[in-house]
Design a protein around this ligand. Sequence first.
Ligand code: AMP
Length: 384
Amino acid sequence: MTFKELNLSAPLLRAVQEAGYETPSPIQAAAIPPVLSGRDLMGCAQTGTGKTAAFALPMLDRLTANAPRRKGAIRALILTPTRELALQIGESFEAYGKYLKLRSTVIFGGVGQAPQVEALKKGVDILIACPGRLNDLIGQGFIDLSALEIFVLDEADRMLDMGFIHDVTRILDAIKSRKNLGMFSATISREVMDISWVYQRDPVEITVRADEQNKPDIQQYRIEVERGDKTEITARLLEAGSYERAIAFCNTKNMTDRLSGLLKMRGFSAEAIHGDIQQSVREKTLNRFRRGELRVLVATDVAARGLDIDDVDVVFNYDVPDENEYYVHRIGRTGRAKRHGVAYTLVSTITESMRMDDIEKATKNKVHRLKYEKGTLLDLEEGK
Ligand code: AMP
């Protein structure tokens, strides 16, 4: 399958080629034809599968092919839970639409609204938004969605987890015109199904499974270690593996601050990101990490949601995650875009050990067992 066979227009094919994509990912191959023909879509796929292009490419094509319902009106809306995701999607639209005349802008909370309002006043075709700020600006009369043609709900499950359900349904209810609704969700929960039933019309359902072919290549280790040795083993593994870009996950904001401090004391460039750190500071930290100026990003689960950083060499679960799903999300930060990844989970207490047993059972992941004792790393599976 090639992008050309998907009947995308020449300006899009050119942009896709310049982005370096050779073949459509499974979700793109499955979603682009029905979205091009105007069907609603329910896509079960995680970040990292290429889902952004799966909706952005056919959306751009349709907006270009059809005249707007009303001149100057917002024609497409993508609703996404976090600022980071919104910015990434905005960048994708810029890249894919670089040879088209459509204008897009991104709006999110936590920053002053004036520049966003200015951008809106100039007129935009495609709006990428987080629900809170979108509702604010609708309330203030800066946004009119009455001529909307296409609506995409991205990461629907997270949006609901984060308590945005009323914001989302309020927006959906406010749009009276018939629109195309695309939904993406990593998991299809009852609540996600409910939204689909109420607001979608005969959607095409697509599930991208992490099958052998597109399963990320992640070598997973579980290391038994004394609580007090966790930082030492993290530092040793970082050195031993010559990892240039690592993410270490902790369960609490406090622990992320402590761990980044401990790693700095050992001479690593490390920085923490969590919900109590100002968004602008978090953004700066992420950019430094992307540019390779920061070797270790220490994060909570919430802060790391939806991060699109392709070349993370290694993930450390400094704390065993509280939820099985978090484990999958955490280790999924590495092994992306066909690279080999490594994930270490540090297990000290009986509680952590039981949690990890549960994670292994639930996720059916193969995890190699090691033990760190008296400064030595032992392979518990040797000779097995
Ligand atoms: P997404 O799941 O939309 O967050 O995309 C994950 C990453 O895959 C992004 O960095 C995209 O630039 C990249 N990507 C998307 N589609 C393709 C493709 N067909 N070939 C190669 N890389 C892709």
